[in-house]
Design a protein around this ligand. Structure first.
Ligand SMILES: [Zn+2]
Length: 179
């Protein structure tokens, strides 16, 4: 028995739909979504993404970490090989209200977690999303400054409100400019 068992039932229902047949590896929407792993923050639901629509990376907070930059660099390089010129996609960085990374702003929580994992306390403090508008702006800036990322992409910042269900743009799309 596995906790996945009831979901494997859903998988059999999915298989029966045939929704996966003939999909291309190229995303249908020219978008690369970075957002939080919070179960309330599923872009398939709040952006209506269908299978094959877009690449999505989710982590705690939807933060632009070096690993996320590497993924965006990889996808921009790969798609850049397939499309010889013109824009590739927009990296849409979406932070949200009520983010669980906010626990990291609590010194007691942060100290305990740092002790448990050996992670650096000041790094953990920077991971907290308290003001999503502020953190998403910092993350878009970080992505745009990375020399790893193709200058044929754009990056933009958004905030998803878990109480209203609405996404609003807070940082308009911009092109990478190495710092
Ligand atoms: Zn979150």
């Amino acid at each position: 028995m596995s906790n996945l068992d009831p979901l494997l039932e859903r998988n059999r229902a999915f298989e029966a739909t045939g929704a996966y047949v003939g999909l291309a590896i190229m995303p249908r929407q020219p978008v690369f979504v970075v957002t939080c792993l919070d179960p309330r923050v599923d872009p398939a639901a709040f952006l209506g993404l269908d299978l094959g629509d877009a690449a999505v990376v989710r982590n705690a907070g939807g933060r632009v970490t070096e690993a996320v930059i590497d993924d965006i660099a990889f996808i921009s390089y790969t798609i850049g090989m397939m499309i010889s010129d013109g824009p590739l996609f927009e990296a849409a960085i979406i932070h949200h209200t009520g983010c669980g990374t906010g626990f990291l702003a609590d010194p007691g929580f942060r100290r305990g977690f740092a002790a448990r994992t050996g992670l650096d306390e000041s790094v953990l403090a920077d991971e907290a999303v308290i003001d999503p508008e502020q953190t998403v702006a910092a993350d878009v800036k970080r992505l745009l400054a990375s020399p790893k990322v193709s200058d044929r992409i754009t990056a933009a910042g958004y905030v998803y409100d878990v109480d209203t269900g609405l996404v609003r743009m807070t940082v308009p799309p911009d092109r990478p400019r190495p710092a």
